[in-house]
Design a protein around this ligand. Structure first.
Ligand code: HEC
Length: 112
């Protein structure tokens, strides 16, 4: 790779488009890109900067990272009620949850 900067921005835009155009091209480092990729599995239900059309599942964009991490820990431990998240949260280790939580925290929700 002779021009890593170019490669990174190309991925970034591909990811943003993949997420229904919701995320501005904010990801810059490979850690950011990794987190965005992890978070893409949450975006299906929780949306990114915009909610999923017709869904009542709460948005996570702009929420404090610590709050998202805490709720994920509680789901995984069975200490927080949830039909889906108790199973989903068990599949993610702390490092991945931290990355996803930070990604959502830096995301500015679109104005309705
Ligand atoms: C299949 C749909 C689905 C996916 C995928 C999903 N969630 Fe959820 N999430 C839900 C639902 C539904 C709830 C409400 C609690 C429940 O029923 O489990 C929820 C609740 C939450 C909450 C609590 C929000 C609140 O205000 O109480 C957090 C935090 C959360 N999810 C994080 C995540 C993260 C992080 C991911 C990706 C790793 C993710 N979710 C993936 C459906 C989903």
């Amino acid at each position: 790779m002779t021009r890593p900067g170019t490669m990174v921005s190309a991925w970034c835009c591909a990811l943003a488009v993949g997420m229904a155009g919701a995320a501005p091209c904010a990801a810059q480092t490979t850690a950011d890109l990794q987190a965005a990729q992890w978070a893409s599995s949450c975006v299906t239900c929780h949306g990114a900067a915009r909610p999923v059309r017709g869904s009542t599942i709460p948005m996570l964009a702009g929420r404090p990272a610590a709050q998202i991490e805490k709720q994920m820990r509680e789901f995984a431990a069975g200490a927080r009620p949830g039909l889906l998240m108790r199973q989903i949260a068990r599949g993610y280790d702390e490092r991945v949850v931290r990355g996803i939580a930070r990604w959502y925290a830096q995301l500015v929700p679109d104005k309705p």
